[in-house]
Write a protein that binds this ligand. Structure first.
Ligand SMILES: Cc1cc2nc3c(=O)[nH]c(=O)nc-3n(C[C@H](O)[C@H](O)[C@H](O)COP(=O)(O)OP(=O)(O)OC[C@H]3O[C@@H](n4cnc5c(N)ncnc54)[C@H](O)[C@@H]3O)c2cc1C
Length: 365
């Protein structure tokens, strides 16, 4: 078979967390043919497959992945259609996401500027329905081109069939579909979506009342650079826990727990943040706030540390943490938060190469 198979390739060098063991087998796929041959090799050898994008949302176990890791590097940025109102832009699954945003903003196309400086590739962005500052990829997807492993052919899924939800999609934890490309619908005459407090504050300080598209990208990049660790300097997978999207009843339960276990000032803070982050159909409470009031900033297990500036991020200090350190820190955090607030935190990154028994142990409350 014509593809360049490698063995025992360290995955820590291919992930932003910079930890975990090797891929038993490893191959790079630059096009659909590479995907097909890799998948059929794995089928013939009866080994499991893991599809790797930019490695920015993963925790790889210390023993690594026992099967074939296919790193998707499918390139391409192509205009499929353009009129006065919009552009249909086809993006290869392996294209670095921030390159897509940079290109769109330079061309004057609206829709993804709030998602500036998110790490990873187009493929990973679609799978995780990544988003930031009130925008998620689902809002601009026209359709996704996939390779269906089960029937061995390429297909298209329109946005409605992708089952996008909060940081989730049909493609998540779903070995059947490999993303080849996606077609995005970007607007020529968009309007700024700047409802988040950090963004409002940035423009107020700069006295900008009607920001341009490139002002928005500059603002988001600047805010993120101040708040988030640069993976080249400090390993992380970005936000480690999902934010809380609560029903009114769930919010009431949280408020009761906060009232019982914290002081009146903390209860007032909770009431204050309740309406600060606009989400349709839910009350959004930032998990960073929960972690902060539970006193978890700077908490650590070995070299796995809760980031002081933004506690929703777990970091790998000096590249010395193991995946086991990270997951034991997760256990400590979840148990503390559950005891004090009744909230069961959910993880955002995906676990790779862990056994179910191990996972159950880390997630015991
Ligand atoms: C500092 C930092 C900040 C971040 N900020 C944000 C943020 O603001 N918002 C946000 O949503 N996320 C954020 N993230 C998380 C991450 O960047 C996103 O989840 C991103 O979408 C992951 O893309 P990736 O290519 O790195 O995917 P990977 O981590 O490589 O993989 C993630 C999942 O996608 C699957 N996958 C990847 N490519 C394909 C493909 N071609 N076909 C099928 N499956 C595929 C993998 O199998 C895996 O299940 C941040 C991460 C870091 C390190």
């Amino acid at each position: 078979m014509n593809f360049n198979l490698e063995e025992n390739v360290p995955l820590k060098n291919l992930t932003t967390f910079h930890l975990g063991g090797p891929a038993r087998y490893f191959v790079v796929a630059e096009n659909l043919e590479d995907l097909k041959s890799s998948v059929s090799w794995a089928k013939e050898k009866e080994v499991p497959v893991f599809v790797l994008g930019g490695g920015s949302n993963l925790v790889v176990s210390d023993i690594g992945f026992p099967g074939l890791v296919i790193q998707v590097k499918i390139a391409g940025l192509e205009i499929l259609h353009e009129d006065e109102e919009q552009v249909l832009l086809k993006v290869g699954a392996g294209v670095r996401w921030d390159e897509v945003v940079d290109h769109a903003v330079a061309c004057g196309w609206w829709g993804i500027e709030n998602m500036s400086l998110i790490y990873g590739t187009l493929g990973g962005i679609i799978v995780q329905n990544a988003g930031a500052y009130g925008t998620e990829i689902a809002s601009v997807v026209n359709h996704v081109e996939i390779y269906d492993r089960e029937v061995g052919e390429a297909k298209e899924f329109f946005a409605d069939d992708c089952h996008f939800g909060y940081r989730s999609s049909l493609f998540q934890n779903n070995e059947r579909y490999l993303i080849i490309a996606a077609v995005l619908e970007l607007k020529k005459n968009g309007t700024p979506n700047i409802k988040y407090p950090d963004v409002i504050k940035y423009f107020a300080e700069k006295n900008i009342t009607v920001p341009s598209l490139s002002d928005i990208r500059t603002a988001i990049v600047s805010i993120r650079q101040n708040k988030l660790p640069d993976p080249e300097v400090l390993g992380s997978a970005g936000s480690f826990f999902k934010n809380l999207l609560l029903t009114p009843e769930e919010y009431q339960n949280l408020k009761e727990k906060i009232t019982a276990n914290f002081n009146a000032e903390t209860v007032a803070q909770l009431e204050g943040i309740k309406n600060k982050f606009p989400v349709v159909g839910a009350i959004k409470i930032p998990t960073a706030w929960i972690l902060d009031v539970c006193g978890l900033k700077g908490e650590r297990v070995g070299a796995a540390v809760v980031y002081e500036k933004q506690p929703i991020i777990l970091t790998n200090q000096d590249n010395a943490a193991t995946a086991d350190d990270i997951m034991n820190l997760v256990k400590k955090i979840r148990q503390t938060v559950f005891a004090k607030t009744g909230v069961k935190l959910e993880m955002e990154p995906e676990l790779v190469g862990f056994g179910q028994k191990e996972i159950d142990g880390y997630f015991r409350l």
